[in-house]
Design a protein around this ligand. Structure first.
Ligand code: 5GP
Ligand code: MN
Ligand code: MN
Length: 331
């Protein structure tokens, strides 16, 4: 991130009376946490803040409702059509803003805060740091440069993004800087055990049933991914309807599937309520999932990426398989 971009971002935010914030569709803890954390701190300085995300059905995922600052959220229909200053969070492309992409296109200034290698460089000011473990890490630095106070509520938002995107400090992106930030946030008095429970250690009973169905049909393909192995499964809307489980409850299935020793790559296809598939992919490092998913219109990180598909589950897998060649084996 250049000093010029930092300076431009702080000048624009200081000068603005009203700020329009947007994170990527189907927000995760990093997207929503970075947006609400900055939004809360700015609102406390007297600025008018509107925050949203562009899903056609606007609902905060159940497991993120504990995040402070929900009162800042508004439906896309109530979002300013041509915001003077708009800030995006954790979105690597304009399309990831969904219904709010046209608003970003018409914004006077568009500050992009992100940490995806695959970021396309959209927007007028770029606070994009691929070395950052989470977008909330970039937000923390921005807040420090703005002189904003990080109290316990703001820290809860920032920590949720940090702990999620580092996989609870297990992923390779877990840098000394990530732990140092966690230390600063913990010093505000936030409750890591409560945040962890909200994020990962609770679900309705129906989740167990749907997880069982998904695991029961998991397929191991030892020859796929250049012989390093692929494990995959899927969750249909009928699976969820049978148990009354909302779509946003199946996000954790991939975390079970990806543990399989015999597979370098893990894939979970999740059918949404409209019948489209959202595909979660993970690798252990030898296969670049960001590249594979980008080829199918998605994106993400080398070891965790995703895309949407309008094809059937089988056809989606047929499109993905040839893209799973390990690094170095590609011509
Ligand atoms: P997840 O599998 O947890 O939904 O997504 C893993 C990562 O892949 C996310 O952090 C995000 O960066 C990326 N990702 C998932 N779905 C999409 C998508 O449809 N488009 C893009 N560009 N990235 C995605
Ligand atoms: Mn995200
Ligand atoms: Mn992120």
């Amino acid at each position: 991130i250049s000093e010029a971009d930092w300076r431009r971002a702080t000048e624009l935010i200081r000068a603005a009376g009203t700020l329009a914030l947007a994170c990527h569709v189907s927000p995760d803890a990093d997207a929503l946490g970075s947006m609400l954390g900055l939004g809360l701190a700015l609102a406390r300085t007297g600025k008018k803040v509107v925050a949203s995300f562009g899903d056609r059905v606007f609902a905060v995922p159940r497991l993120l409702r504990f995040l402070p600052g929900q009162h800042l959220l508004a439906e896309p229909s109530a979002y300013p059509a041509e915001p003077e200053l708009m800030i995006t969070f954790d979105a690597s492309t304009m399309e990831r803003l969904g219904l709010l992409a046209p608003h970003a296109g018409k914004a006077g200034e568009l500050v992009v805060i992100d940490h995806h290698v695959s970021n396309t460089g959209f927007g007028t000011v770029h606070l994009v740091d691929p070395a950052a473990a989470s977008t909330t890490m970039v937000v923390e630095e921005l807040m420090n440069r703005l002189g904003l106070t990080i109290d316990r509520e703001v820290a809860t938002c920032l920590y949720a993004g940090l702990v999620t995107d580092t996989g609870s400090f297990r992923h390779s992106i877990t840098t000394p800087a990530a732990h140092a930030m966690a230390g600063r946030l913990l010093a505000t008095g936030l409750r890591p055990e409560e945040i962890a429970r909200e994020l990962w250690d609770r679900s309705p009973f129906a989740y167990l049933r749907v997880l069982g169905t998904a695991l029961g049909r998991a397929t191991l393909e030892p020859d796929a991914a250049g012989g390093l192995g692929l494990v995959w499964t899927y969750v249909t809307r009928a699976d969820r309807a049978a148990e009354g489980l909302p779509y946003d409850e199946v996000e954790g299935v991939i975390d079970v599937v990806r543990r399989v020793d015999e597979a370098e790559v893990a894939v979970v296809l999740k059918e949404d309520d409209e019948g489209g598939w959202n595909v979660s992919t993970r690798s252990k490092g030898a296969v670049d999932m960001a590249r594979a998913c980008a080829a199918l219109g998605g994106g993400g990180h080398p070891r965790a990426a995703g895309f949407s598909s309008a094809l059937s589950a089988a056809d989606t897998m047929a499109a993905l398989r040839p893209l799973l060649a390990p690094e170095g084996s590609r011509p």
